[in-house]
Ligand binder design. Sequence first.
Ligand code: HEC
Ligand code: HEC
Ligand code: HEC
Ligand code: HEC
Ligand code: HEC
Ligand code: HEC
Ligand code: HEC
Length: 252
Amino acid sequence: MKRLEALYLVIAAAVAGLGFAVPYLAHRDGAQSVPGWTWFVDPGPLSSRHAFLQQDCESCHTPHLGPTADRCIACHANESELLERAPTAFHAAVEDCRSCHVEHLGRSRRPVDMQHEQLLRLALEKRGSAAEFVAAGPPPAAPHAGITRAEAQLACQSCHANQDRHRTLFGTDCAQCHSVSAWTIPAFVHPSAQSRECVQCHQAPPSHYMEHFKMVSVTIAGRPHADVSQCFECHKTTAWNDIKGVGWYKHH
Ligand code: HEC
Ligand code: HEC
Ligand code: HEC
Ligand code: HEC
Ligand code: HEC
Ligand code: HEC
Ligand code: HEC
């Protein structure tokens, strides 16, 4: 790490008497061997979960290189929940923690800053196992202003399929409409409540295709002849539990 290196030199020059012994000892024996030296380069308090490492800089920092993945992995190799959850399962395939994991920003800040572009960089460096979250044919240009071309090369559904509110009705290319910062789309205006095209964009829950529909839904709504595809007969655009002519329907 160039900057940390430069700081060592500045400290060395500034601390009269100690000369270059400070950086030398710190490198040879770890930060603990020269009490107080860390004060000069302290870049800010660690996040709360890492606070216990405040006196042990080299648990994360490799001399000359900065924070390196091997240090992080030494403590975080067995994160089974992280690896089992679709959006973060990629952790099994990456060997670099930079960009997405920040530090020294204070106790209250989680040391996480998701950078989707970093995923692409890592995948291109490494192909192989990481390539599964890269889309097959990269787009010639970004599909819309809210996303970069690099981000749009990711296969969003490989990590986010479980969050698909559209139950695959809109396909798997989430990047066509979404950005990577939030799922909401400020410019989106929902079709009129009088629309009869609901089924173009919405798929009913599985219960609507089972006995439950004829036995329960139809009865609650008081629409004995409605077909499942006629969502507008029973539903409003406010919320799926706001049933026409009935009001808010609460499940028991
Ligand atoms: C839990 C791991 C961890 C510990 C412990 C830790 N650091 Fe860091 N440090 C990092 C990470 C990660 C970065 C990169 C920050 C970023 O990219 O936002 C960093 C960045 C820095 C930087 C800025 C370097 C640069 O090029 O941006 C300095 C200086 C630094 N650390 C010094 C220290 C000192 C001194 C200690 C001990 C008091 C320490 N660190 C303890 C993880 C750690
Ligand atoms: C000496 C062991 C150790 C090292 C080295 C270490 N960590 Fe941690 N880390 C921990 C512990 C312990 C926790 C708290 C776990 C918990 O509470 O379940 C933690 C928590 C975290 C969290 C969750 C923080 C939160 O607020 O949710 C992240 C992310 C993380 N570490 C990433 C890293 C990264 C990236 C590095 C390398 C720069 C690193 N860790 C280095 C031990 C370590
Ligand atoms: C492309 C970005 C990215 C990279 C690269 C990355 N992470 Fe993460 N990591 C994340 C995100 C985002 C989360 C937080 C998920 C959440 O909010 O629960 C996370 C969560 C974690 C957690 C669990 C935090 C908790 O809440 O308990 C640990 C530990 C962790 N990462 C360690 C690492 C280590 C070690 C590396 C390097 C080998 C690494 N990560 C590389 C994005 C990344
Ligand atoms: C390799 C896995 C991966 C891929 C591929 C991926 N993401 Fe993500 N994405 C994450 C992780 C991890 C987070 C952090 C939040 C979390 O852990 O759930 C995240 C966060 C997001 C968020 C913010 C969610 C929130 O509520 O804060 C959006 C929006 C998003 N991604 C959209 C996309 C889109 C669009 C694509 C395709 C262009 C994409 N992602 C590709 C892993 C991925
Ligand atoms: C054809 C365009 C389109 C495609 C493709 C698409 N979406 Fe959406 N999505 C939308 C629109 C429009 C909204 C409503 C946005 C709003 O209300 O701000 C939305 C909303 C969402 C929301 C809820 C946002 C909220 O919090 O209100 C999630 C989650 C979501 N989409 C996930 C996905 C995922 C995952 C994919 C890919 C598998 C995907 N979408 C593909 C257009 C699309
Ligand atoms: C052009 C596509 C489109 C049409 C047509 C459409 N919607 Fe939507 N609707 C969306 C999108 C996108 C969202 C936000 C993401 C989501 O929840 O799927 C949404 C959200 C909703 C929600 C809120 C869901 C929630 O849990 O927050 C309801 C209720 C709803 N629509 C009902 C209807 C009804 C009833 C009709 C027909 C009268 C209809 N929609 C027609 C695209 C459409
Ligand atoms: C005959 C009336 C009727 C029709 C037609 C109908 N629904 Fe429903 N739907 C209901 C009723 C009543 C409920 C609440 C009680 C229940 O689950 O039966 C409901 C519940 C729902 C829920 C909430 C499920 C949950 O678990 O919270 C969704 C989503 C939904 N409907 C979507 C749709 C969509 C999309 C369509 C059109 C493709 C549709 N419905 C057609 C009557 C109907």
